[in-house]
Write a protein that binds this ligand. Sequence first.
Ligand code: URA
Ligand code: ZN
Length: 376
Amino acid sequence: MSARTLLVDVHTHLYLPRYASLLRSRASVPMIRSRADGDRLIILDNEPSGGRPVGSQYWDRDQKLAFMDKHGIDISIVSTANPWLDFLSVSEATSMANSLNQDLEEYCSSGPSFSPTLQRLYGMGLLPLVPSISVPTILDEVDHVAQLPHLRGVIMGTRGIGKGLDDDALEPVWSKISDKGLVIFLHPHYGVSSSDVWGEKDNGHVLPLALGFPFETTVATTRMILAGVFDRHPSLKILLAHSGGALPILSSRLASCITHDPVVASRLQHDARWYLGKLYYDAVAYGAEELGFVSSTIGRAGKYGTPTTEAVAGSSHMTFGTDHPFFPPILDAVKQDSKWMSVVENLKAIDGVRDWSEAEKSAVRGQNALKLFGLN
Ligand code: URA
Ligand code: ZN
C-alpha cells in the first residue's frame, strides 16, 4: 500500500432507527424478523437462507465510525440501504422521506469533524419514488434535500415511480436534481427478474448479489441513455453502484446494436460509448483488472464526442466504496479484530491498477469523491 492519503467512502449504507423500526413493524418483505439466534433482514423476494443477520451495525453511528477508524476511512457519504421507500404508499413515502432526510442531516451534522471545514459524515437522502405520487411532491423533497447542508445527493433504485428511470414523467425530477447540483447514487435492489434464471440449487445470495444486482444497474442506465436523459440533462451527476455493473464491457455492443436498429439509430445525439464519460462509478469491483477496464472505457468516451470534447481521465470518474455494513467477515474470530476483506480487497484493487499513476490512485481513494460531492 502506498503512502496514506485521504480515504472517502461513497458506498456505505445505514438503516436509520426510524427506518429499522418500520422494517420491524412489518409482517411481509421487506422486514426485520426477530429470531432466537438474532434478527434477520429479509429484503429480497424469495430471500435465500432465511435472510441475513442484521444488528446495530446498520443503525448505530458509533459502529459506523468504529468501522471507518478501523479501515482508515476519513469521510463517509452514507445512504439508506435498499429497498428505500419503494414499498410504501404515497402518503407514507412522502412523510418518511421528509423525516428520514431530516434524521440523516442530524446523524451527519452532530457527528465528528474531520477538519475545520469538513465533517466525517455526509449523506445522500431519499425521494418518495412510488407509483401514483405527484411529481411536484417529489420536487418538494428534492428542494428539502438540497437545503440540508450535509446531504449532497439522493440514493435511488431503478423503478422510478413504477415505469423505470426512462419514464418521461421524471423529466422535471432530473432537471431539478441537476439544477441543485445533487448527485444521484443509482443502486440496485431487484436484480434480474424471476427465480428460473437462478436455477434450483441453493447458492445462498451469490447469484442475485454478484450478477442480478449489477445487471439491474446496467439495464436501468442503458434505458436512461436510450431515452436521451443525458442528452437533455448534460449536467446530471449519476454515480453507478458496483462500477457500473456490466455497462463498460457491453458498451461497444450497445453502440453497435443502436447503430443497427432503425427504432433508435437516429434518436441519440452521441454514440453510446460517449455517455459512459458522463457517468461516475464507484470502485466497488474487488479487482484491479476490472477497475482498469472500467477506467479505460470511461477514458475513451471523448473519442466518440465532437472534436472539441474535453478528454476525461477515466480514473477521475471513479471513487472508493465499501458497501458497509453488507459483506462483513463471516468467521467470528475474524470479526473480532481484523479488517474486513470486502474493504481490503477494494483498496488493494485500487492500488493494483497498472495504468493508474500514484496521483490517480490517490484521487480515486479520496479527492474524486470530494469533487463529485462538492466538498472541496
Ligand atoms: N446486499 C444488499 O441488499 N444491498 C447492498 O447494498 C449490498 C448487498
Ligand atoms: Zn450497496
